[in-house]
Design a protein. Structure first.
Ligand code: GLU
Length: 477
């Protein structure tokens, strides 16, 4: 049974890179009829916060990603982590290193001066018991390091990148697996060690994560071997790049799924777009799909090695497709909280709100466009320059005047559009202007500007809430 996991660190809100990793893991698990698990990597006590865990779980659910089993909480497993370290110490595969921070800094400075890559020079790998006692007598604390032999060759077959090869010599020397602590203790266990112990405990079969973890994979494979644990298969997804081809970062303005949500993107569009960040659809499949549809065909054979450039146009296009595909009821559910936030009150008659959604839906790219576009239906808009100019046109005000007169005598309830058409034709004839002039002027009067959705429907909606006449009146004042 395929078992994969997402292992977020709750040190911030759900990051786009983490969300994309989640999507790939979920798609693979569902395609393989396997399981998708979560592990909260909260061992960094200073930076981890419960509200970030809540944000990450909520963000995944919002995207439509569900998980199997309760999430594993890494900080609850410190005994298991320590006992793995003890095993490595007992087998002589790990040792205490007493080098002080100052000594290590000096070591790196010397390496730099000699134009060498910085690495730990394994200086305490073979301390004699006497040397150790002497350091302890000085009161020195120790980190615990895992031996990485320079001659070690590490191979794995990556599901995305194919055959991979690393040399022990390129891993920076013996690796710290536990933080500094008094020499009779084991300090806080560190990332590479705990990930291996936990992935093995969760019986993870495939580790799917970002390309920035490749060097960690090499180190982790050595730990699997040392701890005699079964190795999972690895797949490294390409990095997400900005338009300039650099790794997408805070400087690009959006990094958190929250940012996209508040910009008005739908979960469907984001999930769809995350999938396309690195995966290409098989021939004959549309680029607009649901996660469930993608899960039917997802595999790593179609995941690219090259970095995935973030393309706002494509995301906007997808979002528009999603919005245009919503029913009026679904759209109303999405936009009514946004409208309420503006302090706008929807009429009791729900058919009015649904008709407004139907009218505005086709022109939305982002959900929040529905705020600007709906505004004149809730608040009487100021006359814009183009609207004011239109009302100055020859015969415009006279025609509005005639239309108003008919409406005062016999208000239009907004239902019979043939009646609206004949009211317009009559008023235009009486004023001696073309019907088109009156229609433009009516739009200016109702919306304050010349751009907007279908005029008769707009008028009908305003008529239904008694807002057409007052707007015509103000143009004549
Ligand atoms: N907590 C790590 C991260 O968020 C997990 C990486 C991994 O998947 O092993 O980067």
């Amino acid at each position: 049974m395929v078992r994969v996991r997402l292992a977020p660190s709750p040190t911030g809100t759900l990051h786009i890179g983490t969300a994309r990793t989640a999507v790939f893991n979920w798609l693979f698990a569902r395609h393989q009829k396997g399981q998708f698990l979560l592990r909260i990597e909260d061992t960094d006590k200073e930076r981890s916060r419960p509200e970030f865990t809540a944000n990450i779980l909520e963000g995944l659910s919002w995207l439509g990603i569900d998980w199997d089993e309760d999430p594993m909480i890494q900080s609850e497993r410190i005994q298991e982590h320590r006992s793995a370290i003890q095993t490595l110490l007992d087998r002589g595969l790990a040792y205490r290193c007493y080098a002080s921070e100052e000594e290590l800094t000096t070591m790196r400075e010397v390496q730099k001066a000699e134009n060498k890559a910085p690495r730990y020079d394994n200086r305490h790998r073979n301390l004699t018991p006497e040397q150790e006692s002497a350091f302890q007598a000085e009161g020195r604390e120790a980190v615990i390091r895992f031996r990485i032999d320079d001659s070690e060759e590490i191979h794995w077959r990556d599901l995305v990148r194919g055959p991979m090869q690393w040399r022990g010599a390129d891993l920076g020397g013996d690796m710290v697996i536990a933080r500094r602590a008094p020499a009779d203790q084991i300090g806080d266990p560190l990332y590479n060690l705990v990930v291996v112990v936990d992935d093995a405990a969760m019986a993870i079969t495939h580790v799917i994560r970002g390309e920035d973890h490749i060097a960690n994979t090499a180190k982790q494979l050595l730990l699997y071997k040392a701890l005699q644990l079964a190795e999972p298969v690895f797949a490294h997804a390409p990095l997400i790049l900005n338009a300039e081809g650099r790794k997408l970062s805070k400087r690009d303005g959006v990094t958190s799924i929250n940012d996209f949500r508040s910009m008005g993107y739908t979960a469907e569009a984001i999930a769809n777009y995350m999938t396309l960040l690195g995966w290409s659809v098989p021939e004959g499949m549309e680029e607009r799909f649901t996660l469930a549809q993608a899960a039917e065909v997802f595999g790593f054979d179609r995941v690219n090695k090259a970095g995935a450039r973030f393309d706002w146009d494509k995301l906007n296009w997808l979002n528009a497709q999603v919005l245009h595909g919503l029913t009026a009821e679904q759209l109303l559910e999405e936009v009514s909280p946004l409208w309420s936030e503006q302090g706008w009150v929807l009429p009791d008659d729900q058919t009015w709100s649904l008709a407004l959604c139907e009218l505005l839906g086709p022109s939305l790219t982002l959900l929040k466009d529905a705020i600007e576009q709906a505004q004149p239906f809730f608040v009487c808009p100021e006359l814009q320059d183009d609207g004011r100019k239109q009302l100055e046109a020859d015969g415009a005000r006279t025609a509005i005047g005639h239309l108003m007169e008919s409406l005062v005598n016999d208000p239009w309830d907004g239902s019979d559009t043939a009646k609206a058409q004949s009211l317009l034709a009559d008023a235009a004839t009486k004023a001696g202007v073309k019907k088109g002039v009156l229609m433009k002027s009516l739009r200016a009067a109702l919306l304050g500007r010349l751009q907007g959705p279908d005029l008769i429907t707009t008028w009908s909606l305003l008529a239904r809430i008694g807002q057409d006449l007052p707007r015509l009146k103000r143009c004549l004042a």
